[in-house]
Ligand binder design. Sequence first.
Ligand code: MG
Length: 471
Amino acid sequence: MSPTITGFDVKDIRFPTHLTGVGTDAMNQDCDYSAAYIALHTSDPALSGYGMTFTIGRGTETVCLAIEQLATRLIGKDTETMFADMGETWTFLMSDSQLRWIGPEKGVIHLATAAVDNALWDMYARTRKKPLWKLVSDFTPEEFVKSTAFRYITDAITPEEALEMLRAKEAGKKEREALVREIGYPAYITSAGWLLYGDDQVARLTKEAIGKGFNHFKMKVGADLEADIRRAKLIRSIVDDPANLAPGKVIDPKSIEGKNAGPTGSVLMMDANQVWDVQESIDNTILLAPTKPWFIEEPTAPDDILGHAAIRKALKPYGVGVATGEHAHNRMIFKQLLQADAIDVCQIDSCRLAGVTEILGVLLMAAKFGVIVCPHAGGVGLCEHALHLSLIDYMCVSGSMERNVLEYATHLHEHFVAPVTLNNNGRYNVPNDPEQGYSTHMKDSAFEEFGFPNGTYWKSAAEGKSNDISL
Ligand SMILES: [Mg+2]
């Protein structure tokens, strides 16, 4: 008899990143990187699953309430029965009609579903003593398809087509695994170009990033076009200068193909975080084009599929692509972005889409439409999740990591039991701990300090605030 779900703890945790400018962009200038977190417990005291969804402060308590509603539905469920058909388990999670009403498949309820589905996958991987990417990579094509959410996307990809694609990638899996273990998974850095960082800080962090082996750099744009152009030129002047090249750094020309790379092989990306209208996106990006960005990310509203398509078409003559996805709230948005030829780069988010089950469907669609997947990972815990997803894409779905780059942000990894690490060449090391599941487990010490509102940090902050008021 396998363990059954017996209970859960839901926690609100917030890191005061607004104090440092970390995470700032044209839309979000006071974010506190946060998570709505769940530990799912079973009748086996040694078996729990950990999941989270990423938030940026106020409102996290609302997501926690939704997680409690969803997790309650799992009490008494047999774990092995759920693991045997994760597609069906996901459908069950989505099928409470009263909870569905407050979505459907979007907003708070979908974020909450992500946390619960992530916790189940984490638990599943732990029971098999494999990190999540390895669990899924070892699936047969049939098991993979059974674990995928296909509802509403069969006009773009059918389970039969998916099976064929997955079978075609079975050959070479061993070689791919050996290669990625040896050289790591490619990454890009966002942390040098947060919007509220001053020019000196941007210059210093860009140089540091080059020293760590990065050759893909992302900067935030969209608040002040003149400042954007100035900062883009500043970053270009550093990354294009051969004198700043890391010694021994070799860049495979195929890895920068079609990316507007500079003379040293450096790639610049720009992220506008949804601030512009469609025509503004086109006009402003054309003004930024001489600094040679690979793509403009989230130029406009994340739901505006045809708007993204229009922007992409208009920017094509300028050699600038379009990327989006971190706020694409379900697989149907990705389906339409792909069907409308609206994106060059597919930026799935491990916590915006409702967990691994929904993401597998998006990975399959992106591969079918020939669009590379470069997950969004700027936030607490997102790098930890996204690395598993990129590895699944590489091992089973696209079969390639040549042009892909996975976002890397430097902050808050120390709060995870199994944090991501990078090698000296600016690439992610492959997770290898049989006990690490989906890498979603946060340390108790993190909650003691930053749990909201009763962690030591927030208690003392509240005391400081009340003192101010009394003055
Ligand atoms: Mg972004």
